[in-house]
Design a protein around this ligand. Sequence first.
Ligand SMILES: Cc1cc2nc3c(=O)[nH]c(=O)nc-3n(C[C@H](O)[C@H](O)[C@H](O)COP(=O)(O)O)c2cc1C
Length: 183
Amino acid sequence: MAGSGRDGSFNQRLADCAATLASAQGAEVTSIRLEDFDLPIYSHRLETTAFPESARRLKALFVEQDAILIASPEYNGSVSGLLKNAIDWASRPTDGEGPLALSAFRGKVAGILSASPGPYGGLRGLMHLRQILGTVQMLVVPEQAAVPFADRAFDGAALTDPVAAQVLPLLVQRVIKTAGSLK
Ligand SMILES: Cc1cc2nc3c(=O)[nH]c(=O)nc-3n(C[C@H](O)[C@H](O)[C@H](O)COP(=O)(O)O)c2cc1C
């Protein structure tokens, strides 16, 4: 998934490249678009009075996965509100779970990516994302790809940035191998 719902999103393109590689490496891939879930902003009042069906659906999808690949735009040095809000909702207990269940994330593997038209490729946002995913008890693989000058890093759907194009298959491979070992 990508942390951007923008038409023409570079991070969506990056997420699509990662999904294609993961399929080619034998993984069963579910691609989602966070904007399709139309999640309200997290609020404790909503959580306790009318837990949104959309948040329940998103969380249930995560629960089914062994690993998650996330391409995250950098917004003001951090992750986008769209992505953080999705993680926040999915981190909440449902169906009688205890507060620390974190069933959407605990013990699952994450691979993180970013793309930005800027020179650092969204690297600062990735540092935050790594920390957030660690907090919800995911194992984030050490490889990561931050694609700089993203407006020039793709040829249509294909990733042409030479460094990222080398790192991405290795990252995807590490995610699949790690998730397989943990199963
Ligand atoms: C609110 C906002 C804050 C942004 N802050 C940063 C930033 O800190 N660093 C950066 O490299 N780009 C920043 N950008 C530019 C994004 O990297 C750019 O819009 C990028 O295309 C977003 O990813 P997307 O193409 O997947 O939507 C920001 C964009 C927005 C809308």
